[in-house]
Design a protein around this ligand. Sequence first.
Ligand SMILES: Nc1ncnc2c1ncn2[C@@H]1O[C@H](COP(=O)(O)OP(=O)(O)OP(=O)(O)O)[C@@H](O)[C@H]1O
Ligand SMILES: O=c1ccn([C@@H]2O[C@H](COP(=O)(O)O)[C@@H](O)[C@H]2O)c(=O)[nH]1
Ligand SMILES: [Mg+2]
Length: 237
Amino acid sequence: MWRRATSFSHLLSSSKSSLLSPASYGPKIWETLSTEVSKQPGGGFFSKERTPFITFVLGGPGSGKGTQCSRIVDTYGFTHLSAGDLLRKEITMNSENGAMILDTIAKGKIVPSEVTIRLIRKAIESTENDKFLIDGFPRTEENRIAYERIVQIGAEPNIVLFFDCPEEVMVKRVLSRNEGRVDDNIDTVKERLKAFRSLNLPVINHYSNKGVLYKIDGTGTQDEIFERVCAVFDAWK
Ligand SMILES: Nc1ncnc2c1ncn2[C@@H]1O[C@H](COP(=O)(O)OP(=O)(O)OP(=O)(O)O)[C@@H](O)[C@H]1O
Ligand SMILES: O=c1ccn([C@@H]2O[C@H](COP(=O)(O)O)[C@@H](O)[C@H]2O)c(=O)[nH]1
Ligand SMILES: [Mg+2]
């Protein structure tokens, strides 16, 4: 069983984040989500019998989240759930929301919380492992609040990793990724960086204020970065 590390001296700044008021994100999503929650015996995703160890992995586009997640999986036995990959799979499967997701990703915007959370939930429920890396989620304060409301028991992540990387480094990495992603072009990258700054940094600050954020220098070689990651996980074993 993983335990909480006792020293948090390496945690990030404590700048305050501003929470959105429920009125600002509209009633419809809450109707949908609370209906889903009430269908679940015991409420949210998890129960007292099953409360997995959750790590959120955050950082700007190209900060190295996916790359480091693969290595964490190999070394620490987590299951990796990339919210972006789950959404891209919906596009390739031509699902009900596929066209909307493609349009949103191509513009560098954020897919509605109910869609992303449903995919994450399905992936968690179909996995027996009890240690998850949730990569690239929550993207916004609205995502985070929606996740907390629907998950209920064990909603708070045990760890949040933030790969901190200068924008010019991230842009260079994304533009040389060469995986055929519809959003790996300079115009969309600019939009993704804007979304990261305005929507994701408040989430990161929220977790910093909660004392669960580990800020990792995302520059240098993949090996150097992984050493910094290991220092975090080794403190939890
Ligand atoms: N330390 C590194 N040095 C140089 N290139 C790297 C490093 N880490 C990752 N890369 C490369 O940079 C690109 C982006 O990395 P990765 O896909 O892991 O980022 P990401 O944070 O998951 O991005 P996105 O949010 O766009 O999915 C990949 O081509 C990857 O191989
Ligand atoms: O929670 C999420 C995660 C992702 N998106 C959309 O997908 C792209 C790509 O995500 P990556 O994590 O970089 O693979 C992102 O720019 C968003 O458009 C999302 O809406 N919500
Ligand atoms: Mg990625």
